[in-house]
Each structure stands twice: as C-alpha cells, then as structure tokens.
Design a protein around this ligand. Structure first.
Ligand SMILES: *Cc1c(COP(=O)(O)O)cnc(C)c1O
Length: 380
C-alpha cells in the first residue's frame, strides 16, 4: 500500500467537505434550491476576488476564462501587450493570435520578474494598445509578478489590465477593485480546492464599456449573456451543478479560515519550502517566488524527472517537473489550496532521501530543520 499525496500545481487536493458535496444527489439547475446555492456562491466569489462587481462563472478549465477575457474585450486587428515570461504568458499570446489580435510581447527571461517600467515604455511607444495581459503567478517558472505595481502604471492609460490569477487568487493578495484590475481570471482546480471544470472572470466597470465595443466572435463565453443570467442566479447553459455545490463548501472554508490567514498560510509554506531546499544546497529558480509553488533547480548531474519519478513511484508523492524549455532544469513543489505544514515537511524529508539515493550529498534532516525553524518563528 502506498498513500498518495498530491503536491502538484493543479489539480490540487480536495477537502472532504467539498468531496462530500459532490456525492450528494444533483440539483435541478432551474430550481429554487440551485438558485439559493448559486446566490451564496456569487457572494463568496465577490469577497474572494475583493470586488463588488459580478464574478462571471463558466464551465471550463481556466483557459476557457482566459479565452473569454480575450473575445469579450477586443476586436480583430487590435494590439495587445502580453507579458511573456513562461508557459502561461505564452498562452495569452497564443490565444490573442488565434483571434487575430496583434501581440506585442514583453519578453522576460524565464525565472525573472517583470519590471513594470518595461510595460510603461511599451505603452508610451504605442498608445493604440488596447489591453495588457499578465500572469500574476507564472506557475511554470514559480515567479510571482508584481501586479499591484503594474496596475499603478496601467491604470493611467486607456488599456485594460487583464490578469491570469489562476494560481494567485486565494494564495496571495489579489485586490481586484482596490488595485484597479480590469479582468481577473481564476480556475477551480488550484487554490479553490475543487476539481477542474469551473473558470471565473471578475470584470471591472471599465471593462464593461470595452465589451460593448468589442467585435470578436463569441457564443458560449459571452460576458453579457452570462451576467444577465447570473443576476437571476442562473447561467445561460447547464452549469456544472456538482462543482458549484463543492465550490460553496470551499468558499465557506476560506471564509471560515479568513482570507488574510489563508494568505499568511501560503506565505509560510512557501518560505519554509524555500528555506528547506536552500538548506539542502539547492537553488530556487524564481527571482520573486510565488507562494503557490516553489520551482527548484535540480542539482548538477541529476535530471529533474528522476526526482519527480522517484517521488511518485517510491513514495506516492506527486510533484511537477519543468514545462517546455525548463523540462531538464527544474522541478516544482506546489503548496497551494488545501495544503499545510505537514505537506512541506513530508516533501522535504522525502527530497532529502531521494537526493541521497541519487548520490547527491544531502544531509538528512537539514531541509526539514530549516522548514521547522520557519514554522516555529511564524506560528499560524
Ligand atoms: C493552471 C493554470 C492555467 C489554466 O490551465 P487549465 O489547464 O486551462 O486549467 C492558466 N494559468 C496558470 C498560471 C495556471 O497555473
């Protein structure tokens, strides 16, 4: 028997409250019971996204909401600035290109963090830019870009700021209204602690004006139709009813812990993981680490996929390797959503064993000790 532990950056583990909600008999979606459930979820989403505006919900993985953000705001031939510093930044660029939007990339070396001046100068050179797309927590490199600082420079301009917050919402501060973010995209299988299948867009007032002007084709992901239905606690098409039932439980758990405490917990897990790998002599990959996931450079002579494979096959622990061009460089330990200190201790102690088995001179206990010291000093 091998107990399974999921420490990948999505899907993430699901708390029993959410699992049990999905086991209950399904509700008819055109019924008062579903409408009451969805009304509760709509309020919970607003408080999680820190917005007083409607948060639109789609039945899709996170990329569906990314696509919705593009097709509801832009027109063919529009120009968009896209921050590209990893796989998910590339996805924004590919999505825009698929719809005939001209992409002006702001290239960042993978692992490095955006300097907001890079965006300011690009916007000043080309005032016709309609939108700036950014990935808040770039899951592929483990970098958290400074969206708050970026929002400061974009909010003076006409352009919309469209943020992939798929691994930052419920992990770190995402102040939709206070920072002036125009669209904030999230997905269900990351810090929302439920299975894949729901995706979200928080939409600002400034964005709604752009929606009226935008001419890209859309049907399933239409913002206006979705908003109109949601205001009646409905959706234009059959919603993923059981996922919505699970979402209610997850939002209630976040509310019960308190969003500030949820964010503090993720910070603590991230700091302990970073301290642990550094104590083992390994180097974190991200210049500005995301509290959702710790990307670590594999030591000289050991392929990251060997570490990932040993974790899974010998110890039942799922972590992630590198994506794209980072495949042979890094492995990634996630600590988002339904994650706590015991997960960090488990993964670090197992990493020590695996590294020793692979012939790397790791001192057993050193990584765990560094993490414990962080936990001792920052009681949850
Ligand atoms: C997981 C993830 C996505 C969405 O991917 P889906 O597979 O469509 O859910 C997008 N952006 C980031 C940063 C992610 O971590």
């Amino acid at each position: 028997m091998k107990k399974q532990h999921l420490l990948a950056p999505g899907p993430t583990p699901i708390p029993s409250e959410a699992l049990l909600a999905m086991a209950r008999p399904i509700l008819y979606h055109r019924s008062p019971a579903y409408e009451a459930l969805f009304a509760h979820v709509r309020e919970g989403l607003k408080s999680l996204f820190r917005t007083e505006h409607e948060v639109l919900m789609f039945t899709a993985s996170g990329t569906g909401a990314m696509e919705a953000a593009v097709v509801n705001t832009l027109s063919p031939g529009d120009r968009a600035l896209v921050v590209v510093g990893g796989k998910f930044g590339e996805r924004w660029a590919e999505l825009c290109q698929a719809y005939g939007v001209e992409v002006i990339p702001v290239e960042i070396e993978w692992g490095k963090a955006l300097r907001p001046e890079q965006v300011t100068s690009a916007l000043e050179q080309d005032p016709s830019i309609k939108a700036v797309f950014v990935t808040h927590s770039e899951t592929s490199t483990g970098v958290l870009h400074d969206v708050r600082a970026l929002a400061e420079v974009v909010k003076e301009k006409e352009a919309l700021l469209i943020v992939d917050a798929i691994t930052s919402l419920g992990v770190t501060e995402v102040e939709t209204d206070a920072w002036g973010l125009d669209i904030v995209v999230a997905g269900s299988q990351k810090a929302l602690m439920i299975p894949p299948g729901l995706a979200f867009c928080a939409v600002s007032k400034k964005t709604w004006a752009a929606v009226g002007r935008s001419k890209l084709p859309r049907f399933y992901f239409d913002f206006q139709a979705t908003k109109k239905s949601q205001e009646k606690n409905q959706s234009p098409f059959t919603p993923a009813v059981s996922l919505v039932a699970a979402l209610k439980e997850a939002l209630d758990l976040i509310q019960a812990e308190g969003l500030e405490k949820v964010i503090a917990r993720h910070k603590r897990l991230s700091r302990a993981t970073l301290a642990g790998v550094e104590a083992l002599g390994l180097e974190p990959f991200a210049e500005r680490p995301s509290p959702a996931v710790t990307a670590v450079k594999a030591p000289e002579g050991i392929a990251p996929k060997e570490i990932v494979k040993a974790m899974r096959t010998k110890y039942g622990i799922t972590i992630a390797g590198g994506q794209g061009k980072l495949k042979d460089t890094i492995f990634r330990i996630a600590h988002l959503g339904y994650a706590d200190e015991s997960d960090v201790i488990l993964v670090l102690s197992t990493l020590e064993r695996i590294l020793s088995e692979l012939g790397y001179p790791a001192k057993l206990g050193e990584g765990v000790r560094a993490a414990q010291e962080i936990f001792l000093k920052s009681e949850g």
